[in-house]
Write a protein that binds this ligand. Structure first.
Ligand SMILES: [Zn+2]
Length: 269
């Protein structure tokens, strides 16, 4: 675990999970730690992510947690976080900003209400400062600027593009192939793409991608590299990697907790 470091030349992704819709053995659901200089942001906070995050970074030093959509496998550890911040004797210096999609704050307060009734310490938003982002506007978090684009999913969901002076990372969140995200992700350095599906893919309105579709999206947007994620616990990762590589010829990896990917401005120059 570490706090902020002051290296403005490296944009670092630390993968915190990659399983869906439940944690798998040794791997939590969706969560990605991004660090640049003194800025540290986690995108999505599904079950298993809080435990893995503590191997890499002190949650109290985060600039923010940002949530793509309100499915359980992307948000559930916010409840664990709330309990931790309320009871841990090491207090955060300030309430932790949690940026939710529109409508997310009420949903999370409703989810937390039963736990508030059996916990005398405090309400959900005592140490967690819940806010809702405007998907049509950029969100500036320290050295990182986030933008949002709607995906095709069974509830409202936003893909996220993260820009910095060092480089750019795209995250599909959960999406089907009919979302047109290639322009939104144009010329990024790394695409984090869900690659959930292993079975038949005939339904054009479905809300998830195959590994080959994730690879095709990375190719279409001109990404240098691709990280496949959001796999069923039973998915054969090596097979997913092969299928992703059938449509993308750059560097490609599958999500595993602790995997680090760096974008280095000196190497880009
Ligand atoms: Zn989802």
């Amino acid at each position: 675990m570490s706090g902020p470091v002051n290296d403005e030349s490296r944009l670092r992704l630390t993968v915190l999970g990659g399983s869906a819709p439940t944690p798998g053995p040794g791997i939590g659901c969706s969560g990605y730690l991004l660090r640049l200089g003194r800025t540290a942001v986690v995108i999505d906070f599904g079950p298993g992510i809080f435990a893995e995050l503590q191997r890499h970074f002190d949650v109290r030093s985060l600039d923010a947690i940002v949530i793509s959509h309100m499915h359980v496998d992307h948000v559930l550890d916010l409840l664990a976080l709330r309990h931790a911040l309320a009871h841990d004797p090491v207090r955060p210096l300030r309430p932790l900003p949690v940026w939710l999609p529109p409508g997310g704050a009420d949903l999370l307060r409703e989810a937390a209400a039963p736990f508030d009734r059996c916990d005398a310490v405090g309400r959900f938003d005592y140490w967690v400062r819940m806010r809702e982002y405007d998907p049509s506007a950029p969100l500036s978090l320290g050295s990182l600027t986030l933008q949002f684009a709607p995906t095709v999913h069974d509830i409202p969901c936003w893909a996220i593009r993260v820009d910095s002076v060092v480089g750019a990372i795209g995250y599909t969140a959960d999406t089907g192939p009919s979302a047109d995200l290639s322009g939104f992700f144009a010329d990024i350095d790394l695409l984090i793409a869900e690659a959930t599906l292993t079975g038949p893919t005939a339904d054009p309105s479905r809300g998830s991608l195959t590994p080959a579709e994730a690879g095709a999206l990375a190719t279409a947007c001109g990404s240098n590299s691709l990280l496949l994620t959001h796999f069923w616990p039973s998915t054969d990762r090596a097979d997913a990697l092969r299928r992703g590589a059938s449509t993308f010829k750059g560097r490609i990896e599958v999500a595993q907790p602790g995997l680090e990917v760096e974008i280095d401005s000196r190497r880009r120059a």
